[in-house]
Design a binder for this molecule. Structure first.
Ligand SMILES: Nc1ncnc2c1ncn2[C@@H]1O[C@H](COP(=O)(O)OP(=O)(O)O)[C@@H](O)[C@H]1O
Ligand SMILES: [Mg+2]
Length: 230
């Protein structure tokens, strides 16, 4: 994924390139990732997947948001779930209420359809994190989580999870055992090689398949950009 123009570093405003500018070369790269994911899972179902990375701020949430959009643009019914119940950002990105969400369903307070919300993109629904719970990894490994997945699969073609960093906490590893596949994001000039290798090792024994690695924030020259041009 090529470097995007720097936006504000905080979590309040986030621009979604695939929504704002679907014809840009960067959006095209997200569509390439979409195609590659479909090839990676060619013989199996890819109804549920997670996106993670070794450490913080490597592009998990940006990747998850833009991938959800390009799958929805393809006509798939998509549910984006913010399973980063430690530093949730999906509600900022899609400007939705976070007072109810995944945690509310997992603790039995709300039903799934009461906690999720439509986004302003056709075919894309959002389940924000909900209030931050004291025990995210326990909730993600619970029977309630498995029930939620079974129910969501009846209504969506693709359920895609944003997660916390895999080297920091066990959440992504736990969830990797419940989904069909995982995607690892590596950020150019940021993710240490050892960290990326370790992250891959942590995800490999999971029941789900490691679908691939996204290289985020790759420096490109102007010419390379136009090479992809329309
Ligand atoms: N390719 C990129 N180009 C420019 N900024 C990026 C890129 N990828 C991520 N960012 C920015 O870096 C910050 C962290 O990204 P984010 O997707 O929230 O990472 P994570 O979910 O791994 O913590 C955000 O401010 C985001 O806008
Ligand atoms: Mg994030």
């Amino acid at each position: 994924m090529a470097r995007q123009r720097k936006g504000p570093a905080n979590n309040t405003i986030r621009h979604l390139i695939t929504k704002l500018n679907p014809r840009s070369p960067i959006s095209e790269q997200y569509r390439t990732i979409r195609t590659n994911l479909q090839f990676a899972a060619v013989d199996e179902q890819l109804n549920t997947m997670l996106v993670t990375s070794a450490g913080p701020a490597e592009g998990k949430s940006s990747t998850v948001a833009n991938l959800s959009i390009v799958f929805a643009q393809q006509g798939k019914r998509v549910l984006l779930v913010d399973a980063d119940m430690r530093k949730p950002t999906v509600h900022y990105t899609f400007r939705v209420d976070n007072r109810r969400g995944l945690s509310s369903v997992l603790v039995g307070e709300l039903e799934l359809d009461e906690a999720l919300t439509k986004s302003d993109i056709e075919n894309l629904d959002i389940l924000p994190s909900g209030p931050i719970p004291p025990n995210p990894s326990e909730l993600l490994g619970s029977n309630a989580m498995r029930k939620l997945l079974e129910l969501a699969k009846q209504h969506y073609d693709l359920i895609i999870f944003d997660t916390p960093p895999v080297l920091a906490v066990t959440d992504a590893q736990i969830l990797a055992n419940e989904v069909d596949g995982s995607l690892l994001v590596v950020r150019s000039k940021q993710t240490e090689q050892d960290a990326a290798v370790k992250a891959k090792e942590l995800l490999t024994p999971a029941k789900s398949k490691l679908l691939g690695v996204v290289l985020n924030d790759r420096e490109v020259t102007k010419n390379q950009y136009y090479y992809y041009g329309e």
